[in-house]
Design a protein around this ligand. Structure first.
Ligand SMILES: Nc1ncnc2c1ncn2[C@@H]1O[C@H](COP(=O)(O)OP(=O)(O)O)[C@@H](O)[C@H]1O
Ligand SMILES: [Mg+2]
Length: 295
């Protein structure tokens, strides 16, 4: 986080009026610089920060609480997801039954796990199925991820995918596959077979019902399927430690865990809101009283 006037004021518990007195300027100047509403405000901001520091206020505010939502907590869901993806992507593993399935209620962290897996494994690509996509739209997006180009026709998409997977084992992860109509799931099964490319379908529980209803699909699903369970109390505590560097007391963790109702989204949103409250009070930790301020 870069040092700016707002964080310097907060960190040192100074009001704009006090800062103006310290710097010997009019308060309206401080207001304008904070609002980036002054010609050459960047230069002025540096001067004001220097003047405040010279007056003995050395806190910069870059030690205030921030949340890194990009981290990945290695929950048991994530471990099982990575195991399944590794198994499918492993060039030595069989290509028979090489359609994988990962299902779970919304907000359990499926998309986050899939994206992180692809970041760490260059042989795996992530694509999102958007309700209403045609077969060729989906295939073009897959090609874009695999080779960076978007062939026009259905046939040329399939040829490219075939060529690519002949060179080395790749894995296609399709998110929100529960929204795919059966015709698209059937097409993916054909692609899996004709191109010898493993595919991991990710979606909500409805995906399983769709697949189970068609024996041709069901028999090609790699076991075990990955089911995303509710998050655990220890996931909550690991999250706060990894995302914010905080080791919170057990009652606070339990409270945050109850609010999250098994999903990651509320946990993340709560952490962002709490960090904001903490920063505005110039604190770098989270207290039980802050929780009462959450909606
Ligand atoms: N394992 C994890 N570690 C850290 N944050 C996570 C994790 N899983 C999910 N999140 C957070 O929760 C949010 C919602 O998760 P998401 O993957 O979109 O859920 P789903 O795809 O199952 O609906 C993500 O945007 C991310 O910020
Ligand atoms: Mg998702």
């Amino acid at each position: 986080m870069s040092v700016n006037l707002t964080s310097v004021l907060k960190a040192n518990g100074l009001s704009m009026k006090q800062a103006a007195e310290i710097c010997g300027v009019d308060k309206s100047l401080i207001v304008k610089v904070v609002g980036q509403n002054y010609h050459n405000w960047q230069q002025k901001e540096k001067e004001l920060i220097s003047a405040i520091q010279e007056a003995g206020y050395h806190k910069t505010g870059d030690d205030l609480l921030t949340i890194n939502t990009d981290i990945l907590v290695k929950t048991s869901n994530v471990s099982r997801f990575f195991d399944l993806a590794d198994d499918l992507a492993n060039p030595d593993s069989s290509l028979s039954s090489s359609l994988g399935m990962a299902i779970g209620t919304a907000e359990r962290g499926k998309t986050h796990a899939a994206k992180h897996y692809c970041r760490r494994n260059e042989n795996a690509v992530y694509t999102l199925y958007v309700d209403g996509f045609s077969r060729v739209q989906l295939l073009r997006n897959i090609c874009a991820e695999l080779v960076g180009s978007r062939p026009y026709s259905f046939g040329s998409c399939v040829s490219i995918i075939q060529e690519v997977s002949r060179v080395n084992r790749r894995l296609i992860i399709i998110d929100e596959a529960d929204k795919c109509p059966l015709s698209i799931l059937e097409m993916l099964r054909g692609l899996n077979e004709s191109c010898e490319i493993p595919i991991l379908l990710v979606g909500e529980e409805a995906l399983k019902g769709k697949v189970d209803a068609v024996p041709r699909l069901r028999s090609r699903i790699r076991k075990p399927i990955c089911v995303f369970e509710s998050l655990s109390i220890s996931d909550v505590s690991v999250y706060y430690s990894a995302a914010a560097g905080l080791s919170l007391d057990q009652p606070l963790i339990e409270n945050l865990y109850r609010r999250a109702r098994g999903g990651f989204r509320t946990l993340t949103n709560d952490s962002l809101a709490l960090a904001k409250i903490a920063r505005s009070s110039g604190l770098n930790t989270i207290t039980p009283a802050m929780l009462d301020q959450l909606a």
